[in-house]
Design a protein around this ligand. Sequence first.
Ligand code: HEC
Ligand code: CU
Length: 351
Amino acid sequence: MQRKQNSITSSALSMLALLFLLVATAPGAAREDPSNGLTNIFAPESTPAKSILDLSLFVLVITGIIFSVVFTLLVYSIVKFRGRAVDAGREPAQVYGSTQIELAWTIIPILIVVVLFLATARTIHAVQDAPQPATALEVTAIGHQFWWEFRYPRLGIVTANELHIPVSDAAHPTPTFLQLFSADTDHSFWIPQLAGKTDLIPNHPNRMWMDPHRTGIFLGQCAQYCGTQHAKMLLRVSVDGPEDFNAWVRSQQQPAVEDEKVIAGRRVFETTACINCHRIGGTVANGQFGPDLTHLMSRETIASGAAENTAGNLRLWIKKPEALKPGSLMPAMQLSDADLDSLVGYMESLQ
Ligand code: HEC
Ligand SMILES: [Cu+2]
């Protein structure tokens, strides 16, 4: 009996230690460099992400206190009132009811729940009902199996997978407000350091916003299972300084570069099914099913972060999308090696 109680106590103690370790070590990861492929919910860089972290820490502290109080009382009772040899065969003292104690353990939990409810409601209101300032950038994000489409309606830009937004400081707030749509099934937009998760649901536009406080690359991931290649549906947000952002906008607004040297590749593109699925500004290619390729080479990755945007990967991708992303909705087109080479040359001219 004694041994059993000890083992219960020690396993409960080790759980407490584990919980403490988790909480204590997690912020240590905040120093990670975002470009190494990791992201971190404990290092918010934008107002909504910060409000969510603050609320979670507040809830964690309150529940942590409850846990410690209950746990201490539990250990105390187990030790103090354990069965002793001298008590064998005797019944313990019988205690019936205590109005004071009953009131205390009814009212205190109700108060705690009310406090948690109010704190949560306040954060939800601050995040969801934030007014959109006139200086805000508007972006429409559309989830596709298995890539992201980004449209900037006021700027006339369409791009894919890599979102560019301006940094926002207190003196010149330029938050980004996103409208979220889906072209097929449910997806979820989540950049942990910038904002909470928001789902993209067919026929049900959702909204979210973020105001990044520093420049850099922020990574995220589709957070709602949407099919075979859900895991290779990465999000890459480049938060640019005002000048970089304006330069990016100007270059994206240009039609595709026309280069005589790659005319052969362009002909292959325009005479195969590529144009049914892809748009290239200023050409006959006007497909909507796949990513806009007008400025393909301005992106660092292809296929939603599945591979780096290099000539070798582009060739492999066009030859056999399965090799980089099994289950992707781009078909292998069975092109000859010569056609492939000229096609890749054309793709590389799309600056
Ligand atoms: C049936 C429609 C379809 C056809 C035909 C098609 N593609 Fe695609 N393509 C897609 C889809 C869908 C994606 C996105 C795949 C993903 O990331 O899961 C894609 C992605 C790409 C990408 C990567 C773009 C990026 O930014 O990630 C390139 C490059 C590309 N296609 C080139 C081509 C070329 C060249 C052809 C013709 C030989 C072609 N595609 C034919 C549907 C198509
Ligand atoms: Cu998805």
